[in-house]
Design a protein around this ligand. Structure first.
Ligand code: SIN
Length: 386
């Protein structure tokens, strides 16, 4: 059979599966106008679908990352540029989305997530509260497209700060949009489907990649290169997608160790440094962090958060002055367990170092005392143990 005939046969066979969805009852108003989002300050709406009153409403915050990445070669899965494609192009690449929800896209940033920062995450948390949680809001869910490198941090932050039962879904991709078998379009379709689904309510923020749904509070990136990367090793997934429809393993549940913070009066997040534990770790980096203006320190300690003998006098002196030093674990899985006598450094429990950093920033910005910070990290696990 000639190649052109084969191609015709394939396109006929595939026609039904690849046909664009029929979108009915769309009105002339855009979803952004219909939802009253056009006037929200700081919400940079760059895509808005026509409205269909019978569909749920989903807002997408686009921040960049590999899902918006591009490369000259379709075989590149490294060395590409992250954060190139805009939110309108991301949505238009997945027209099936418009059969699922009215979609409003806001370009918050277009960066690799290594450059995500306190200013942007705080702005997103405030905007998310305004859009999702204000009285009379008709927005059903929020999707944040994000680079995978620091997704677990932003996911943790949104989980801790946006709490009105409605879902916040973080989504990314491991392959750029130009790659053969790019994973972004399917991930985005699943994220919007999840955000629009009433079954996603009361579960906190979630991360969606590679057909899996994970709780933001526990998920970590576990592989630098492959699609199978987001895991909650101890706690497991909340659910998965079958034919792009979410299937939950459990009824709605929130993480046991979840702490929530009100960001409405927070205008900036204090500097908190993470120091990496290793053999011969001493006081030098601790002193450098304090001298450079850190308001708190997280040490990614060895094992279950153990600290080296030469570092302990400095750690204890800081704690005695009311300066928070939190010990998490560079192992990333398992708990740093509170001491019975609540002395010396603060133990992070199940919070990994980067999530501990965000929790400490939020606690400091909320005006917590050292004791309150200790309770926010140790309290629940302490009550389990003692
Ligand atoms: C990034 O985190 O922005 C780049 C890597 C990725 O998105 O997978």
């Amino acid at each position: 059979m000639r190649v052109s005939t084969l191609a015709t046969l394939f396109s006929t066979l595939l026609g039904a599966a690849t046909a664009l969805p029929v979108i009915e009852k769309r009105e002339n108003t855009t979803s952004s106008e219909a939802l009253g989002l056009s006037s929200i300050s700081g919400l940079n709406v760059t895509y808005s679908s026509p409205t269909n009153a019978s569909l749920p409403n989903v807002v997408i915050f686009a921040t960049g990352g590999t899902i918006a990445g591009s490369s000259a070669s379709n075989t590149d899965t490294t060395g590409y540029q992250a954060g190139v494609v805009g939110v309108a192009a991301l949505v238009q690449a997945v027209p099936e989305l418009l059969g699922i929800a009215n979609v409003v896209g806001s370009q918050i940033s277009n960066i690799g997530s290594q450059d995500m920062n306190a200013t942007i995450v705080l702005r997103m948390a405030k905007l998310a509260n305004e859009i999702l949680c204000s009285e009379g809001s008709e927005v059903d869910g929020l999707v944040i497209t994000h680079g995978t490198d620091t997704m677990e941090e932003t996911a943790y932050f949104m989980d801790a700060t946006v709490n009105c039962q409605k879902p916040v879904i973080l989504v990314g991709a491991m392959r750029p949009s130009t790659a053969i078998s790019a994973d972004g379009p399917a991930n985005l379709l699943q994220a919007v489907t999840l955000a629009a689904d009433p079954a996603a309510r009361d579960r906190g923020a979630m991360v969606v990649l590679n057909d899996r749904i994970a709780a933001a509070a526990y998920v970590v990136k576990s592989n630098a290169n492959t699609l199978e990367t987001f895991r909650a090793v101890e706690q497991g997934y909340l659910g998965m997608f079958l034919s792009s429809k979410p299937v939950f393993y459990y009824p709605p549940v929130q993480p046991t160790f979840k702490r929530t913070f009100d960001v409405s009066n927070i205008t900036e997040l204090p500097l908190v440094d993470v120091l990496y534990g290793h053999q011969d770790f001493d006081y030098l980096l601790i002193r450098a962090a304090v001298a450079d203006g850190a308001k708190g320190i997280v040490i990614a300690g060895t094992g279950a958060g153990s600290q080296t003998t030469p570092s302990m006098p400095d750690i204890d002196a800081l704690i005695a002055k009311g300066f928070p030093v939190v010990a998490s674990s560079k192992v990333n899985v398992g708990a740093v367990v509170p001491d019975n006598d609540k002395s010396s450094f603060i133990r992070a429990g199940f919070q990994n170092p980067v999530k501990s950093r965000m929790q400490l920033q939020l606690a400091l910005a909320s005006g917590y005392t050292l004791d309150e910070i200790r309770t926010s990290f140790e309290g629940i696990l302490y009550d389990y143990l003692y």
